[in-house]
Design a protein around this ligand. Structure first.
Ligand SMILES: O=P(O)(O)OC[C@H]1O[C@@H](O)[C@H](O)[C@@H](O)[C@@H]1O
Length: 304
């Protein structure tokens, strides 16, 4: 069977462009199986890619959906977020509206992480303004394996200072800006008026990014990814991050469906799967106000 074709995306790196009958499109690079663009039928880009993005493998692309595997952040001995986002994946199947990419362990990967694995990632343009991604991990070895993982999604916002992440009320979180101390989310939503870097634990599987300024919501439905990381680098970290524009903190919010608190332990020969479905909902008028009495942070206006 001939290998599915790839094209050069953005004149930079090989990948696959998906196109739905409604006009929706998506682009997935073979580098990192990195989903870096999802445009809904109205042509609106839903994902953020840095204005200073560097397409220079093995460096991970800044934005879109980096795959954190087999380790989230520093929850293990590997480099930050593991190595899946730094490797070239093989296009193993595709249709006009979907692509499957596969990453297999190699002698080089086993130097870093001594396991035989097969990781299969699929991106599917759905009907309407839906996009579904699934990821499976098969333990191809004879010993159990343990990993943490996250779909590190950068959601584009017209104005992150007015954005809200909903669905986390009552969830505990580890505050990565304060020694990962455990706190409880008391707000109806998470707002952004400073750097935010939190690992929410065992959350609802229905979250949303309310891009109030853009009169749109992106609904996130996750499966088998119990946790969710919420991150915005804010001003200083945007300036300090070479492949982020100084003002890029205003243009995205990361909500990362993840399995972190309870690492996945996979017996030999077993297969694990997770899923994330995104749906963009456009509002005729600004997003309905949520009870403003309960923001977990000072009003964004004070940060202007
Ligand atoms: O720069 P990287 O390796 O892509 O990581 C970006 C961010 O990823 C987030 O998931 C982490 O919680 C942050 O602490 C980190 O800064």
């Amino acid at each position: 069977m001939s290998k599915p074709e790839t094209t050069t995306l953005r004149g930079e790196l090989p990948g696959v462009k998906l196109a739905g009958s409604t006009g929706a499109t998506a682009e997935v690079y073979t580098h990192g199986a990195h989903l870096a663009s999802w445009k809904t039928a109205d042509g609106v880009e839903q994902l953020f890619v840095s204005s200073d993005v560097v397409f220079k493998p093995p460096k991970a692309i800044r934005g879109g959906v980096p795959i954190c595997f087999p380790q989230f952040s520093d929850f293990g001995p590997l480099g930050q977020h593991g190595f899946a986002r730094n490797e070239t994946w093989e296009v193993t199947a595709r249709t006009p509206t979907s692509v499957q990419m596969t990453l297999r362990s190699t002698p080089a990967s086993k130097e870093k992480w001594p396991h035989d694995f097969v990781c299969v990632y699929e991106v599917m343009l759905g009907a309407g303004n839906h996009l579904k991604t699934t990821m499976s991990v098969t333990n191809a070895g004879i010993e159990p394996m343990t990993f943490t993982t996250a779909l590190h999604t950068y959601f584009r916002c017209d104005d992150a200072l007015a954005a809200k992440v909903t669905g986390l009320k009552g969830a505990s979180y580890l505050d990565s800006l304060d020694g990962r101390v455990r706190r409880e989310e008391i707000g109806e939503f998470v707002a952004f008026a400073e750097e935010v870097d939190r690992i929410y634990l065992s959350t609802s599987d229905a979250l949303a990014v309310e891009d109030v300024a853009g009169s749109r919501s992106i609904r996130i439905t996750k499966r088998n990814l119990p946790d969710a990381v919420v991150w915005n680098p804010w001003i200083e970290k945007s300036k300090a991050t070479g492949d982020l524009g100084d003002d890029d903190y205003k243009k995205f919010v990361c909500v990362e469906a993840a399995a972190i608190e309870t690492p996945v332990t996979l017996p030999a020969g077993e297969r694990w799967e997770c899923e994330q479905v995104l749906e963009c909902v456009k509002h005729a008028s600004p997003v309905p106000a949520i009870d403003d009495a309960a923001p977990s942070k000072v009003e964004a206006e004070e940060a202007r």
